[in-house]
Ligand binder design. Structure first.
Ligand code: GAL
Length: 414
C-alpha cells in the first residue's frame, strides 16, 4: 500500500514536471526599464522549464491593466498571475478568486522577511494571497546633471523655495524645468508629494489615508493646489497625455532639468546606461527627506484545480522570492528588494539611499502609502481624487473650488 502510494506520488510529480508548464502573466511593464526587469523573471522561469505567456497592458500605474483584468475574470478566463498594487490586492482577495499561498509562505518563512508596509497587502484574512517582488516609493525627484551644470545649479533643492528657484533657473536658460506627463496618475504623483511636503506627515495621513474631511477641506490643501498651479508653470507645452517614461527620457537627454516620479524612473536611467551622481541625481521630493511614500508590486495567482498550474504558480512564487532574483530584478527595475534580509552592497547609490530611507522611515513610523499607486485608499477613492487633481491642474477648477470638490468627491466614493 505504502509502495503504491509512493509510486503514485512519484508518477504524479513526473507527469507534472514533464507536462508543458506555463504561466500567463498580466502586467503593465512595457517601458524599456520595466521590460528589461521583467525579462529576468521570464529567464528565471525558463530555466525551470516554465513557459511564459506575456499579457502586457500598457499604461503606467496599471489603470488599464486593471480594466483588462476585470474583463478577463468576468469572462471566466483569468490569467495565471497578475501584477497588483496595494488596495487592489485586497479587492481581489475579497472575491475569493486568488490562490492561497499560506503553506508556501510558512514553509519559506516569508512572515519575517518582508517590509511591514508591504506585508500588510500580501496577506488578507490571515492568508498569503500575493508575492511581493519589490518596494518602490513615489517621493523622488530625478535631476539631470548635464542640465544642472548648464544652468549653474550648484546643489539640488532641499525645500519648496529652493525647488522654485531651481525651476526658475532652468526656465531662464531655456531648458524645460519640469518634465511631466499629463495623465491623472502622474498628476496625482506630483500632488501627493506636494501634500506631504506642504502639510507634513500627519497632514498626509489625515488627508489621504484617513480621508478626514477637515484635512481635505483645509487651507493647507488650498495651498497644495496653489502649488500645483505654480509647478504647472514649469511644464513644457506638450505635457498632456505624455507617458511617464518619455518624461524620464527628457531628463536623461538633458532636455529637461527634473522629473518628479517614483523610482521606476531610475530603471529608465539605468536602461540608458546612466549612472547616479555622475549623470543624474536622485533626491527625495524637497521637504520630504526621512519620509517614504510607499508602493510596490506584488503578484497574485488565481485559484486552479489543475496540478500543473498549481506547480507553475509555486515555481513563480519561489522565483519571485528568491534572494538572488530580487537583487538582479530590482537593480534593473529601480526598486529595492521586498525582502528585508538582502544587503545593499550590490546596489547603486540611489537604491542604497532607498534602502536606508526605508529602514529609517519604518523605525520612525514615517512610511505612508502612495495614493497614486493604490497604497493609500481603495480604487474608487483613488479615482475620485485623480479626477479632482487633474481638473484643477488643467485649470478647470480654481484651488478654492478644488478643495470643496475634493471633500465631496471623497465623501461620495467612500
Ligand atoms: C507603478 C508600479 C511600477 C511602475 C509604475 C509605472 O504603479 O508599481 O512598477 O511600473 O507604475 O508603470
Amino acid at each position: 500500500m505504502l509502495c503504491a502510494g509512493v509510486a503514485l506520488a512519484a508518477f504524479a510529480y513526473t507527469s507534472v514536471a514533464s507536462a508543458e508548464e506555463n504561466v500567463e502573466v498580466l502586467h503593465w511593464w512595457t517601458s524599456g526599464g520595466e521590460a528589461a526587469a521583467l525579462n529576468t523573471l521570464k529567464e528565471t522561469l525558463a530555466k525551470q522549464g516554465v513557459n511564459w505567456t506575456d499579457m502586457p497592458v500598457a499604461g503606467g500605474a496599471g489603470t488599464n491593466a486593471m480594466t483588462v483584468l476585470k474583463a478577463r475574470v468576468t469572462a471566466g478566463n483569468p490569467p495565471t498571475a497578475v501584477q497588483l498594487l496595494g488596495f487592489d490586492i485586497r479587492d481581489w482577495a475579497q472575491t475569493g478568486t486568488l490562490a492561497d499561498l499560506s503553506s508556501l509562505a510558512k514553509e519559506q518563512g516569508w512572515d519575517k522577511l518582508i517590509w511591514p508596509a508591504t506585508k500588510q497587502f500580501s496577506t488578507y484574512d490571515g492568508k498569503w494571497i500575493a508575492v511581493p517582488v519589490n518596494v518602490h516609493s513615489s517621493n523622488w525627484v530625478w535631476i539631470s546633471k548635464a542640465a544642472m551644470d548648464k544652468i549653474g545649479l550648484a546643489k539640488p533643492p532641499a525645500n519648496w523655495d529652493e525647488l522654485i528657484a531651481a525651476l526658475e533657473l532652468a526656465k531662464k536658460a531655456g531648458i524645460v524645468p519640469l518634465a511631466h506627463g499629463g495623465q491623472p496618475w502622474q498628476d496625482t504623483t506630483i500632488f501627493e508629494n506636494v501634500v506631504l511636503s506642504t502639510g507634513g506627515l500627519d497632514f498626509y495621513r489625515k488627508a489621504l489615508i484617513e480621508l478626514d474631511p477637515k484635512a481635505l477641506g483645509s487651507d493647507t490643501m488650498k495651498t497644495v493646489f496653489d502649488r500645483m498651479t505654480a509647478l504647472k508653470g514649469y511644464f513644457d507645452p506638450n505635457f498632456s497625455g505624455r507617458d511617464w517614461n518619455l518624461a524620464s527620457a527628457m531628463v536623461i537627454k538633458g532636455d529637461a532639468l527634473m522629473q518628479v516620479m517614483g523610482d521606476w524612473a531610475k530603471g529608465e536611467f539605468v536602461n540608458a546606461k546612466q549612472v547616479p551622481q555622475k549623470d543624474f541625481l536622485c533626491i527625495r521630493f524637497p521637504g520630504t527627506q526621512g519620509e517614504v511614500l510607499n508602493t510596490g508590486d506584488q503578484f497574485s495567482m488565481f485559484k486552479s484545480n489543475d496540478p500543473a498550474v498549481q506547480d507553475a504558480e509555486r515555481k513563480l512564487a519561489l522565483a519571485i522570492m528568491d534572494p538572488q532574483f530580487q537583487i538582479t530584478f530590482n537593480k534593473i527595475k529601480g526598486s529595492i528588494p521586498a525582502r528585508m534580509d538582502i544587503p545593499d552592497t550590490q546596489f547603486d547609490d540611489c537604491a542604497k539611499k532607498a534602502i536606508a530611507d526605508m529602514k529609517e522611515a519604518t523605525a520612525n513610523n514615517a512610511v505612508q502609502g502612495s495614493l497614486a499607486h493604490g497604497h493609500a485608499a481603495t480604487a474608487a477613492i483613488k479615482n475620485a481624487i485623480f479626477d479632482v487633481v487633474t481638473r484643477q491642474l488643467n485649470g478647470q477648477l480654481t484651488s478654492h473650488a478644488a478643495v470643496a470638490e475634493l471633500v465631496s468627491a471623497v465623501a461620495s466614493a467612500k
